[in-house]
Design a protein around this ligand. Structure first.
Ligand code: NDP
Length: 498
């Protein structure tokens, strides 16, 4: 339990989890805390509901998911206000988050049948007398554990795809944003009221741990790398498969032929939207020597114009009060180890706010370069050329997303980034493209949400062969004769032995 009663820190009162605004301390949500038994029962109810939901088929689910999408779109302002009230996120940022989530619901609903539905698969000469059939069947109940920083977009990245694939879902929202999680569940129940297909359980980390051990058939986790390790360990006890979307320390590379105004604009957005509390946020920048000074000036000019405050500002409060200490430590460490603050700096940390901070010449081994900061801060370091930039960008255990600005070499550089995703001449945009998979490598996790891979993540491949004719070269039978085996050897030599 969070010990310090700062605005934004959730508290438990009489068995209820109470979330508060990090800016004002005003209560945002009050929800019953689930016991271990409650979690198990929620999963059992979901199991039954899942059978009904799977039975609707792709068409029935598509129609209902599209109705849910319409409800989300109609109530976008209401949901954005709640995201703002509970997490402190500026309303405009919340709108962008929800728009992206709605797009994912739409795409998952429309494409699940095509991607996961039964289809014939070509046979090969060796088994030409058989036809192949493939389909992706639902797991049953998928447990989803989500973070607070994108309390709509992040769970929906798993929830919409898992539902479209025919699973029931039990969501454990972050203790910092339970009301947003419950809002999603309640709005879904307005469209699908017959069975508890999508429900939530609330509480602290122990409720998440209980969900891992509750008998869910798959667990989709989004959160920190440290918690991901605990989730995997718990799921290992029952061989429950997991999908891990963990933290990042994404780099941006600015090459010599980049449009510097566009690069600076995207850099400030990618690093400071949502006060920098973005898993795929730009945290480190490597700019090549010839354009370094001009680029830094442009970033400082733009970031210096951003407003900070509770209402109507570009940058809101830090959602999780304890994160302020991490941000302060990173800034202090960067400055004391030889880095320079060209905007903000140690004085920029004014809880619950952190003002935009741009640090240059920061040693590559400092915490500000190596660890997830999750604040409106950027380190910008000078590199000789794009090759050095790639080497430095790839030097961390994290590998979530990344960005490259440039013309001639930009796509080639993006391909060399050790990450699951990259944006060329933009930042963060891959997250909104529902046709593309989303996920990381290394400490950033494994498995994919979004796109076709994201749908397949929530379906078990079911492979069927069907005999179409008698076998000319019978081999998989004790009825085979020595002549059959001789013929088989000759055929194999003819087909593969050249
Ligand atoms: P945490 O890892 O602290 O928490 C994530 C979720 O796990 C919360 O719901 C939390 O519950 C729950 N949890 C905590 N302990 C356990 C446990 N032992 N077993 C099971 N579940 C548990 O992450 P944050 O909420 O702080 O989110 C920020 C992190 O998420 C950052 O590292 C960020 O990069 C990452 N992230 C990754 C994304 C991606 O797609 N790759 C997207 C968004 C964020 P509770 O809140 O109650 O403690």
């Amino acid at each position: 339990m969070t010990a310090v009663q700062l605005p934004g820190n959730p508290v438990i009162e009489a068995g209820q989890l109470v979330s508060t605004s990090p800016a004002t301390g005003a209560e945002a949500g009050r929800l019953p805390v689930a016991s271990e038994l409650d979690v198990r029962q929620a999963v059992e109810r979901a199991r039954e509901a899942g059978v009904w939901w799977a039975g609707l088929g792709f068409t029935g689910r598509r129609e209902r998911l599209l109705r849910w999408r319409a409800l989300l779109a109609k109530r976008i302002e209401q949901l954005a206000e709640l995201v703002h009230a509970e997490g402190g996120k500026p309303v405009a940022d919340a709108i962008v988050e929800i728009v992206t989530a709605i797009e994912h619901v739409d795409w998952a609903a429309r494409n699940a049948g095509r991607v996961l539905g039964p289809r014939r698969v070509r046979s090969r000469l060796i088994l030409a007398e058989f036809s192949g059939h493939l389909e992706y069947q639902p797991y049953g109940v998928v447990g989803v554990i989500g973070p607070w920083n994108y309390p709509v977009f992040t769970p929906i990245g798993s929830v919409a795809y898992a539902l479209a694939a025919g699973n029931a879902v039990v969501l454990k929202p972050s203790e910092y944003t339970p009301a947003v999680g419950q809002w999603l569940v309640d709005s879904f129940a307005e469209v699908v009221g017959e069975q508890p297909v999508f429900t939530a359980v609330h509480g602290l980390g122990d409720v998440g741990a209980a969900l891992c051990r509750s008998g869910v058939n798959k667990l989709a986790f989004t959160g920190s790398t440290a918690t991901a390790r605990k989730v995997m360990a718990a799921c290992a006890e029952t061989l429950t498969p997991v999908l891990i979307e963990a933290g990042g320390k994404d780099a941006m590379i600015v090459d010599s032929d980049a449009d510097l105004d566009a690069a600076a604009e995207a850099c400030v957005w990618g690093g400071m939207t949502n006060a920098g509390q973005t898993c795929i946020g730009i945290e480190r920048v490597y700019a090549v020597d010839p354009i370094f000074d001009a680029f830094v000036d442009k970033v400082v000019a733009r970031a210096g114009r951003l407003t900070v405050g509770p209402e109507g500002a570009d940058i809101g409060p830090i959602t999780m009060p304890s994160q302020v200490d991490v941000i302060r430590r990173h800034i202090d460490d960067a400055v004391s180890s030889g880095g320079r603050a060209v905007l903000g700096g140690p004085g920029a940390v004014q809880p619950p706010y952190v003002h935009p901070t741009v640090l240059v010449d920061v040693p590559e081994d400092s915490a500000a370069v190596r660890e997830e900061t999750f604040g409106p801060t950027l380190t910008i370091n000078r590199v000789r050329d794009a090759d050095e930039a790639v080497t430095r960008a790839n030097a961390l255990p994290y590998g979530l997303g990344g960005s490259v600005f440039g013309r001639r070499r930009a796509v080639a550089i993006a391909r060399r980034l050790r990450s699951g995703m990259a944006s060329v001449n933009s930042t963060l945009t891959f997250a909104g493209m529902s046709t593309l998979p989303f996920g990381g490598v290394g400490d950033s996790g494994f498995g994919r949400i979004h796109g076709e891979d994201g749908l397949r993540e929530f379906g078990r491949a079911k492979a069927i062969t069907r005999r179409r004719a008698r076998s000319l070269l019978p081999s998989m039978t004790f009825e085979r004769t020595p002549t059959d085996v001789d013929r088989l050897v000759k055929a194999v030599k003819m087909m593969y032995g050249r």
